[in-house]
Design a protein around this ligand. Structure first.
Ligand code: ACO
Length: 382
């Protein structure tokens, strides 16, 4: 068999190129199947919690009740932030995007953790717990600081989802709000080797701690082609304004060859299974609202883009309906992606652990297209 040349191996954006073995997440993009450690996402949304799903992702099994209790207790104990971290947050510009803040502060958590030692399993466990537990506290503290409000201390009586809402709003959420938010966290917790997880694994492969590795993940997730699409979906729906404007909007976007936010996916060539769950939640929430315009615009957009783009395998992705759900839950639009990051910390940490188990430094090659062996030109001759 003849070996493929580098040129033949090259795929722009590494599309479809396997970069690691993994046992964490299974996706079938043609049939629209998503499983965490073999468990279908629909079942996890129905029966599980973010804490249990995080345990499953990290330790490759559903916990028994005492394992879950210990894990939940460890997360609760780690939620609060030191005064140093809080003052770091309040030294940042209030007008900055919370994803940029989050990338810096997650990385800085490692500076304040004097126990980091990658050879020690217990210390790695604590670093991972810190990242997952403290990320919501960081986001909530920043959101309140920029509104000139005092941070709300975490409440150990509350679950991860309920406490996150409580720290954002200084109000205990209802059971329904908690359950919906918990499902959102479960849905966003993991998604195989997407750009941000790849970035996390690349950083981990240089033997970096979970703080620095997840900070890479946050930076990559921020971009509008990845996690940053969710806030742009809502801005787009608001800008369209009326159901009758959807068709001309879609036609103009297609004519200009511009991307419509919240649709299309590198892996799914059918509707993203997560968007079915979110669509149902959005419908349930909007049924209780007096103004359904945004949902109606979204449904019309799905219909028209379906007519025009489904032949290319372009369908709604996870970001299409999440913004609508988050809007009803009362989040500021620029918190959508940080909330995504908060749930994805458990997936990133699971990949961090897997990368450490069998580490090989990522170092792909490139096809060099530039000049060679030029003669240096003195400044006076340029
Ligand atoms: N709107 C209109 N057309 C689209 C869209 C879209 N959102 N997505 C893909 N297409 C079209 C492209 O124009 C292209 O058409 P062509 O073959 O006629 O040139 C074809 O579909 C393939 O598109 P690519 O950009 O090559 O596909 P790729 O796999 O690189 O892109 C991506 C995937 C980046 C997600 C893209 O669909 C996109 O930009 N979507 C909008 C942003 C978005 O919602 N991102 C969130 C993804 S989910 C997540 O990351 C959590």
């Amino acid at each position: 068999m003849t070996e493929l040349t580098k040129e033949q191996l090259y795929r722009p954006g590494m599309e479809g190129v396997p970069a690691c073995h993994s046992k964490i997440c299974f996706i079938n993009g043609v049939e629209g199947i998503l499983e965490y450690r073999g468990y279908p996402i629909e079942d996890l949304c129905k029966h599980s919690t973010f804490e249990e799903v995080s345990y499953l992702l990290l330790f490759a099994k559903l916990p028994n009740s005492s394992e879950l209790k210990t894990f939940e207790k460890d997360l609760k104990k780690a939620r609060s932030l030191s005064t140093e971290v809080l003052s770091l947050i309040t030294s940042l510009p209030k007008t900055g995007h919370p994803m940029v803040m989050l990338q810096s502060v997650i990385s800085a958590l490692g500076l304040f953790d004097t126990h980091v030692d990658l050879r020690d399993e217990k210390k790695n466990y604590q670093s991972i717990i810190n990242v997952i537990a403290k990320t919501p506290t960081i986001i909530a503290a920043f959101d309140r600081y920029r509104q000139n409000l005092e941070p709300v201390a975490p409440n150990e009586d509350l679950s991860h989802a309920a406490n996150f809402l409580y720290m954002l709003n200084d109000k205990r959420p209802t059971e329904l709000e908690t359950r919906i938010f918990d499902i959102c966290l479960i849905l966003h917790a993991e998604h195989s080797l997407n750009a941000s997880t790849f970035s996390t694994r690349v950083t981990a492969s240089t033997r970096n701690n979970p703080y620095v590795s997840c900070s890479s993940g946050v930076g990559t997730l921020y971009g509008p082609l990845h996690g940053g699409a969710n806030e742009r979906v809502l801005q787009m729906l608001e800008a369209i304004g009326k159901v009758e404007f959807v068709r001309p909007f879609v036609e103009e976007k297609i004519a200009k060859k511009e991307k419509i936010m919240g649709i299309g996916h590198r892996v799914y060539k059918t509707k993203d299974p997560r968007s079915f769950v979110l669509q149902d939640i959005a419908r349930e929430l909007f049924a209780k609202q007096t103004d359904n315009t945004l949902l109606d615009i979204a449904l019309e957009l799905e219909k028209i883009t379906g007519e025009k783009l489904s032949a290319k395998g372009i369908y709604p992705n996870v970001d299409f309906f999440s913004g609508l759900v988050y809007r009803i839950l009362g989040f500021e639009t620029d918190l959508f992606t940080p909330i995504f990051a908060a749930s994805r910390t458990s997936g990133w940490c699971a990949h961090w652990l897997e990368q450490m188990e069998d580490n090989k430094l990522f170092r792909p090659s490139q096809l060099y297209d530039g000049d060679r062996k030029l003669s240096y030109i003195p400044m006076s001759d340029r």
